[in-house]
Design a protein around this ligand. Sequence first.
Ligand code: NDP
Length: 434
Amino acid sequence: EKRDGDQPEFLQAVREVFETLGPVVEANPQYEANGILERFIEPERVVKFRVCWVDDEGKTQVNRGYRIQFNSAIGPYKGGLRFHPTVTESVVKFLGFEQILKNSLTTLPMGGGKGGSDFDPKGKSDAEVMRFCQAFMTELQRHIGQFTDVPAGDINVGAREIGYLFGQYKRIRDEFTGVLTGKGLEWGGSLARTEATGYGLCYYTAEAMDKLRGDSFEGKTVVISGSGNVAIFATEKAQSLGAKVVTASDSNGYIYDPNGIQLDVVKDIKLGHRGRIKEYADRVPGSEYHEGCAGVWSVPCDIALPCATQNEIDGASAQTLVDNGCTVVCEGANMPSTPEAIAVYQKAGVLYGPAKAANAGGVAVSGLEMSQNSYRLSWSFEETDAKLKAIMEDIVASSLAAAEKYGTPGDLMAGANIAGFVKVADSMVAQGAY
Ligand code: NDP
């Protein structure tokens, strides 16, 4: 805390994990002897750089870029890039820290990393986004590589941005390798990657509900926040599993549609022309638009799937959810629940699926994209989706087994932290101090 006192999101993520690791550290004295906890929270490398680009008016703009290579004990660094004005070293560090455990849970050989910039793509032309991505990659390329560090997308980094980033990497390095994931299908991308985080979230939620309660999505009312990549495909899968999803949101406000969200309209607004979710209410009779995104948690539901951003559910919103009958919260976004919100879930016996487990489907299929690139093969949608489903079910099983072994049966949060940690910690011990 002394060293990173100015990094609130990072400290929040570390505290949440360390609070659950006591029994594992006690049972494994070699972790303390090898300084594992101290090493675990210190990134192997923090790269921070200037990104200069020229806007459409001919003016030079300056942004800050980051790549944090957190832990490479079990594989090359892997984790997304986020472009958003709220990006700071603390935000990238919390995401990179979570990524270590998440990647470990997928069972694939990937270390933890994360990156991004405080660049805001909102209101920028395509040409400006391209010039920014090219400038960003001009520096990033010297730090990454298919065997070293393989970035992916995150908030505001989708197919368009990955394309511009990949193009620039190839131009500078003169090599066609799987250095990024989330690529277009024609140039090395994987089927099911776009859907993976949202679909994976629902596979995880369905499996956890089945194993812990003998219950399912069938007939349930679901509140989902966000209307980006994760939210859209979580909505699609929840609907196909028989649930009624009644909300969608963006950073300005939320839609309530008592008849169930019409996903083709959301896709047309968000993927078709990068519009605002407000437009939905003008197009779908019977739906309502409300200003202010936090209000989405006042909509009564059985299951809540936060899919927008960190700390979007505070203690009061969590209490409102519980008071209105919500009994399941599984996280599509990274760290969307504050510590106060998590305390509310625990007190009320909510089935709580933490982000590092519940949203691991995205990076899992990114890992599968890396495998396909290495083989120079492409798997079918069905094959990749089946692998994704198996991985998400395995994450529920390994989390429950770890929770049981270390004295907190049924606790998916403690279980995910422990199961993710042990594999990385053992690898660090085996590889010696570095
Ligand atoms: P997108 O950029 O596609 O969508 C983000 C959505 O969240 C948009 O609707 C956006 O609204 C909203 N949002 C962003 N910032 C805020 C904010 N400060 N307050 C309220 N709403 C906000 O991103 P993704 O869907 O890819 O990512 C969403 C979350 O899921 C993030 O936490 C990300 O880290 C996590 N995640 C993503 C993965 C992936 O594969 N894409 C994998 C694992 C986790 P607006 O348009 O107004 O900004």
